[in-house]
Write a new protein. Structure first.
Length: 373
C-alpha cells in the first residue's frame, strides 16, 4: 500500500469516536484473523493493517500527530511518510532520503507515533503535491435479493460521513475572525533547514503546511473544518451484479481538510441466498417437484422465474432428475442473456398402492408385476 489511510482501513470517519473505532476494529479483526484465514496472505496483510490503524487511532497523542500529518498532505505507509507541498530553496536533484543526511526531526516524530509497533520510519520520497488532500473513502455493505441483483434495481441508502462544516465552510476559522499569514513560513507552508551543504525543506510545524494561522477556531467544528452528517443517495444496481463486486460512488465519502474534495463511497455487494434460485454465470437454476402421476402423464405447470411465472410443458414419462430449459429466462448482462434450467424432482410415495406401483414401473420402463413393489 503506497500510503495508508487508517480511517479508510477501518471504514470510519475522521471524527469517529473511540467506541466507533473499537467496534470497527473488532469486526474487521475477527474477519481477517490468521486463525480464521490460514494460509491467506491477503487476509494476513489486512489484519496487520487493521491492527496498525487501531493502535494509532485509539491513542490520543498518536492520533493527533497523525491527523496533523494528514492535514498537510502526508500519508503514512510501508514505504515511509510521503509529505507534500512546495520546497523553496530545497535540493532539487531527485528524491531525498533524510536519513542519509542525519536529519532526524521528522523521523523522530514518526518514531514517536509508530515506534512501539516495531515499525521503521524512513522518508524516501519528498515530492510536490498541490494543495490539501481529498477526504478518505468510506466503505459499506449492501445486501440484495437474488432477483434485484439479477435484474438490476435502485436502492436508497443512508450513511454517516464527515462533511464540510456548515458554519466555517471548511476553513476551520470562526466566521469573522479571519486568517493571517503564518509568520514562520511567510505563507509558503514550508520551512528550510540547513544540513551541511544542503538546504532541506519540510512542512511548517506552526501552520502544519497550510501557510495560514486561524485567528479563532470555529465554535462548531473546533477548527477541523468538518462536522459529522448523514447522507442519503440513490444507488443504481446494474443487472447481473455478483457478490463481492464493488460499486464506487465518486465524491460520496468523507470531506477533506481545508475545504478540499470529498473521498468516494465504495459499496460491497452481498447477495442473499435464495431458497429457490441459484446461479452460474448468466444462467439460473431451480428445482421443481412433481407428483408421480404428473411425471408419468405429463403436465403444464407454472414455474417461477426472475421476471415472474411462466408456463412449462412437462412431457409424459419425465424421469426424476431430468433438466428442462426455459430459453432466455436467465440473467441479461453485458450483452448476453442466460437461460433458466429446471430440474425435476419426482415425489415417490412411501407406501405405493397397486396403481402407483404400475405408474412407477411405467416411468422406469418396466412391466408392473402384481403384488410386487
Amino acid at each position: 500500500m503506497a500510503g495508508k489511510d487508517f480511517y479508510e482501513i477501518l471504514g470510519v470517519g475522521e471524527t469517529a469516536s473511540k467506541d466507533e473505532i473499537k467496534k470497527a476494529y473488532r469486526k474487521l479483526a475477527k474477519k481477517y484473523h490468521p486463525d480464521v484465514n490460514k494460509g491467506n496472505k491477503e487476509a494476513e496483510q489486512k489484519f496487520k493493517d487493521v491492527s496498525e490503524a487501531y493502535h494509532v487511532l485509539t491513542d490520543d497523542k498518536k492520533r493527533a500527530q497523525y491527523d496533523q500529518m494528514r492535514k498537510y498532505g502526508g500519508t503514512f505507509g510501508g514505504q515511509g511518510f510521503e509529505y507534500g507541498g512546495a520546497r523553496p530553496g530545497g535540493f532539487g536533484q531527485g528524491d531525498i532520503n533524510l536519513n542519509d543526511f542525519g536529519f532526524g526531526s521528522m523521523g523522530d516524530i514518526f518514531s514517536q507515533i509508530f515506534g512501539d509497533m516495531g515499525m521503521r520510519t524512513h522518508s524516501r520520497k519528498y515530492r510536490r503535491q498541490a494543495g490539501p488532500q481529498k477526504g478518505s473513502n468510506l466503505t459499506m455493505t449492501l445486501d440484495l435479493k437474488f432477483e434485484d441483483a439479477a435484474l438490476g434495481t435502485k436502492k436508497t441508502i443512508r450513511f454517516k460521513r464527515d462533511e464540510v462544516c456548515s458554519k466555517c465552510k471548511g476553513t476551520g476559522a470562526e466566521p469573522g475572525s479571519g486568517e493571517t499569514v503564518c509568520p514562520q513560513c511567510n505563507g509558503s507552508g514550508m520551512v528550510s533547514m540547513a544540513q551541511g551543504m544542503f538546504s532541506i525543506s519540510r512542512p511548517c510545524p506552526r501552520c502544519f503546511g497550510t501557510g495560514k494561522i486561524i485567528g479563532k477556531p470555529c465554535s462548531k467544528c473546533g477548527g477541523s473544518g468538518k462536522e459529522r452528517g448523514q447522507k442519503t443517495v440513490s444507488v443504481k444496481i446494474p443487472p447481473g451484479v455478483k457478490s463481492g463486486e464493488k460499486i464506487r460512488l465518486k465524491g460520496m465519502g468523507n470531506a477533506g481538510g481545508n475545504g478540499s474534495g470529498y473521498g468516494d463511497l465504495i459499496i460491497n455487494v452481498r447477495i442473499k441466498p435464495d431458497s429457490f434460485f441459484s446461479r452460474k454465470g448468466n444462467d439460473v437454476y431451480c428445482t421443481v417437484p412433481l407428483t408421480l402421476r404428473q411425471a408419468v402423464e405429463g403436465v403444464k405447470i407454472k414455474v417461477r422465474t426472475i421476471r415472474g411465472k411462466v408456463m412449462l410443458n412437462i412431457p409424459p414419462e419425465t424421469e426424476d432428475g431430468a433438466v428442462l430449459k426455459l430459453k432466455g429466462q436467465g440473467i441479461k448482462a453485458k450483452g448476453k442473456t442466460g437461460n433458466q434450467y429446471v430440474k425435476i424432482e419426482v415425489k415417490y410415495p412411501e407406501n405405493p398402492t397397486e396403481e402407483e406401483k404400475e405408474l412407477m414401473a411405467k416411468l422406469k420402463g418396466e412391466k408392473a408385476e402384481a403384488g410386487k413393489p
